[in-house]
Design a protein around this ligand. Structure first.
Ligand SMILES: Nc1ncnc2c1ncn2[C@@H]1O[C@H](COP(=O)(O)OP(=O)(O)OP(=O)(O)O)[C@@H](O)[C@H]1O
Ligand SMILES: [Mg+2]
Length: 279
């Protein structure tokens, strides 16, 4: 890759204290190139959120390294770190963790715009962002509690996008939205990020959406990468039995079927014995 990756994670290990300690991420390497959307998929507990938090520097690395645009975020001085971090935005599954309950939503989106301006981006208007995420422009004076979960998530997404990040890390950003708009909001995120030459790390249980928007997909199981590659290739020709099992569980259009819960302990041992195929 000739251009510097937006995100370059190498051999990342995330460990939580306990007896025994939990190795949530066990030596994962991944890069996100400018303009690229990379998806993380895998069952609940496979380490997706832990890896996402490590990628943005809010989870301590037990080993490995994370570079943001070529620089190790952890080693930057406090001032440069703050500047660098404004280039990273995160959207969480629960929008109340992304929004300040005591501030009007127009002001919060304006904060995003101010961040973008501080980084030299062109100005934009709060109303534009509300329109983009499908909310009326008349709601700027309201507070987060006056919105539904799905509306709050749209506001959190608008604020993150308004900041024009170089890297957007979105952890289950669409699960709070109603099914009819999940694909369009995810597509909007992908398009805006790609247009800006930014990168996106996108986590979702919704494999149909991942298939539509991700350039590459990483399949995690038990903190390890089971398989990775261009999304089309992973879907057309999954190399790993775990990927096949995951893809076989994609819900039918009638809503029947769902992604299975964690395999039983016996299955776990079986899976763990299959050597990961790195694509
Ligand atoms: N703060 C924490 N302290 C201890 N263990 C944790 C903590 N956060 C996560 N874990 C454990 O680390 C593992 C990975 O969790 P993580 O939340 O990263 O998975 P995930 O793939 O995001 O799951 P989900 O799809 O349910 O969001 C799990 O075994 C989880 O129980
Ligand atoms: Mg998670």
């Amino acid at each position: 890759m000739s251009e510097v990756a937006v995100l370059d994670a190498k051999d990342v290990v995330v460990r939580y204290p306990g007896n025994p300690p939990v190795i949530a991420v066990d030596g994962v390497s991944l890069q996100v190139a400018p303009g690229e959307t990379v998806a993380l998929v895998g069952e609940s507990g496979s380490g997706k959120s832990s890896l996402a938090r490590a990628a943005v520097g809010i989870e301590k690395l037990a080993a490995g390294s994370v570079l943001f645009r070529g620089e190790p975020v952890a080693r930057l001085g406090i001032r440069r770190r703050a500047t660098a971090l404004t280039g990273i935005q995160m959207v969480f599954q629960d929008p109340s963790t992304s929004l300040n309950p005591r501030r009007r939503i127009g002001d919060q989106i304006a904060d995003g715009i101010a961040t973008a301006r501080a980084r030299g981006a062109e100005g934009s208007r709060v109303e534009e962002w509300l329109e983009k995420v499908g909310l009326p422009t008349t709601v700027t004076g309201r507070f987060p509690h006056q919105f539904s979960g799905g509306q709050k998530q749209r506001i959190a997404i608008a604020r993150a996008l308004a900041a024009r990040p170089s890297l957007l890390v979105a952890d289950e950003p669409i699960s709070a939205l109603d099914a009819s708009t999940q694909t369009s909001v995810a597509g909007l995120m992908r398009d805006l990020v790609a247009e800006a030459g930014a990168g996106m790390l996108f986590i979702s249980h919704d494999l149909a959406v991942v298939r539509r928007i991700a350039d590459r997909t990483f399949v995690l199981y038990s903190g390890r990468v089971m398989e990775s590659g261009p999304t089309d290739r992973v879907w057309a020709d999954p190399q790993h039995p775990y990927t096949r099992a995951l893809l076989a569980a994609i819900p039918e259009p009638d809503g029947a079927g769902r992604i299975p819960d964690a395999p039983s302990t016996d299955d776990r041992i079986l899976w763990a014995e299959v050597p990961p195929v790195l694509g």
